[in-house]
Design a protein around this ligand. Structure first.
Ligand code: NAD
Length: 491
């Protein structure tokens, strides 16, 4: 199915204490990457409106936390059913605002629903613990909400990334404040309306739009107890430092430069498909996309397969558009610079033809640069587009040295038929997530998502079991009811 762009601009206000409120700081336009046309407006709140929103969230959280987790989970069950009912509608909107194909937009939402299903399991699996530690004395773990938590999300997954945290934070009894990307505010409207329809009490979920100004005001407000961030490394560092300087807990996921180690014994079909889909999927605008192919020894046949598959993709139906015109210009410039630095352009996306009627959109085709030098811009800088840089290596040691030298640490994959060689790459990779014969090694629930190095600031992961301690407080309770005749120092 092709993406359907909204017929009328969608006006995105702020959700404050259960009401959609027009922001007092302006209404910038939102443009579709597909054709460059206006598809919406996003209204930016004033400091006073942000304060009022957070005050209402803090009040609403007190009652929300008093509801037993089974009651909170019932509302999340309703939320799940509404998202499934409205899935196509939401996917069209997501696709229109961030440039993904319709099927990619739908897949992102389905992954978000998987996190929601994990959050629904917390009530049955996260049972705490109580042990008699001494005669007549018990120790107990009890998980408690933090209060108001805030999350700031990027443009490239307008539903999936927010859904990493919305269901888990709400199930744990927190009030949730969401600052969506200023480039993709439309999906937020749908998600917030679905939560309201599901029966979430007003004030428990807040949407505040804008950029750095809104984020600073949210972080600085004393009611906000924890900050989650997903976006570029540059902003992740700013957000992490601002929140932790105030003594708040913060988890800030940043950018990436992911490597794939391709060995000569790899299955040609499997690697051709996996590597091509990894760097072209979502037009390369995902933090788990392959960016550098470390080609070990003679892998010419495999590279041929990657080129064949990538060059068969049609823009608009198989591959989406880039978020902005300036991002397209940045990529065209990066390809030209790599060429000047000695790389060979074996597949040139600069020449790709835009879909009919979408000529004003931000299109670029899959691009493969061969003979890229380690340390060059194409090998080290996050480009965030459908560009694969091939660096030739004589052996695995050289490949892993290059992989380990890059500042980021999201994902690394290996394509091989050898278990021991795969295990060597798994052990030596510097990343938080590793794939074996998988191009995009995103862990499925209940496994947690999170990188290392400049791809993540803070401790723990943002989803899965490892996220529960971040989004809650674990209270330790030691109890005694009676004097024991055999009291000792531990009683
Ligand atoms: P971005 O850093 O430009 O923006 C992310 C969020 O920060 C947005 O909501 C934006 O409005 C806000 N923001 C922008 N400037 C700010 C400032 N000065 N202070 C506070 N907030 C500010 O990122 P983007 O362009 O929207 O998304 C692409 C980036 O996100 C890529 O680098 C990609 O790798 C990364 N990303 C990482 C992950 C991950 O899991 N590690 C997942 C998705 C995307």
């Amino acid at each position: 199915m092709h993406t359907i762009l909204p017929k009328e601009p969608v006006i995105c206000h702020n959700l404050i204490n259960g009401e959609w409120v027009k922001g007092e700081t302006g209404n910038p336009d939102v443009f579709s990457p597909y054709n460059g046309k206006k598809i919406g407006e996003v209204s930016i709140p004033s400091e006073h409106q942000i304060d009022a929103a957070l005050k209402a969230a803090a009040e609403a959280q007190v009652l929300w936390a008093k509801a037993p987790i089974k009651e909170r989970s019932q509302i999340l069950f309703n939320f799940r059913n509404i998202l499934i009912r409205d899935m196509d509608q939401i996917a069209h909107l997501k696709s229109a605002e961030c440039g993904k194909t319709f099927s990619e937009a739908k897949a992102g939402l389905m992954k978000g629903i998987e996190v929601l299903e994990f959050a629904l399991s917390i009530q049955n699996l996260d049972l705490g613990g109580k042990v008699e530690v001494s005669r007549g004395v018990t120790c107990e773990y009890r998980r408690e909400p933090l209060g108001v938590v805030a999350n700031i999300t990027p443009f490239n997954f307008p539903a999936m990334v927010p859904m990493w945290t919305i269901p888990i934070c709400l199930a744990l009894g927190n009030a949730y404040v969401w600052k969506p990307s200023d480039k993709t505010p439309l999906t937020a409207l749908k998600i917030a309306n679905a939560l309201t329809e599901a029966g979430l009490p007003k004030g428990v979920f807040t949407v505040l739009h804008g950029g750095g100004f809104t984020v600073d005001a949210i972080i600085d407000n004393p009611v906000v107890k924890a900050v989650g961030f997903v976006g570029s490394t540059k902003v992740a560092k700013i957000v992490y430092q601002r929140a932790t300087n105030l003594g708040k807990r913060a988890l800030a996921l940043g950018g990436a430069k992911n490597h794939i180690v391709l060995l000569p014994d790899a299955n040609t079909e499997l690697s051709g498909m996996g590597i091509s889909d990894s760097f072209t999927g979502c037009a390369g605008q995902r933090c788990m996309a392959a960016s550098v192919l470390l080609a070990v020894g003679n892998v010419d046949q495999h590279i041929q397969k990657i080129v064949e598959r990538a060059s068969s993709l049609k823009l608009g139906s198989d591959m989406g558009a880039l978020i902005t015109k300036s991002q397209k210009d940045f990529l065209v410039d990066a390809i030209t610079k790599a060429e000047k630095a000695g790389a060979k352009v074996i597949l040139d996306g600069r020449k790709a033809v835009a879909p009919a009627g979408m000529e004003e959109g931000n299109w670029i085709g899959p691009t493969i640069l061969d003979n890229v030098q380690p340390g060059s811009e194409a090998a080290t800088v996050e480009l965030f587009g459908p560009i694969l840089s091939i660096v030739h290596c004589k052996d695995i040691s050289e490949a892993m040295k290059i992989e380990n030298s890059v500042e980021y640490g999201n994902a690394c994959s290996v394509f091989t038929s050898s278990g021991p060689l795969a295990d060597r790459v798994v052990r030596q990779a510097s990343t938080g997530m590793v794939g074996v014969n998988i191009g995009v090694p995103v862990p499925r629930e209940p496994f947690s998502f999170g990188g290392t190095n400049a791809s993540k600031y803070g401790h723990g992961d943002i989803t899965g079991h490892h996220s529960l301690d971040f989004w809650s407080n674990v209270k330790k309770i030691t109890t005694k009811w009676e004097t024991q005749s055999d009291n000792n120092w531990m009683s």
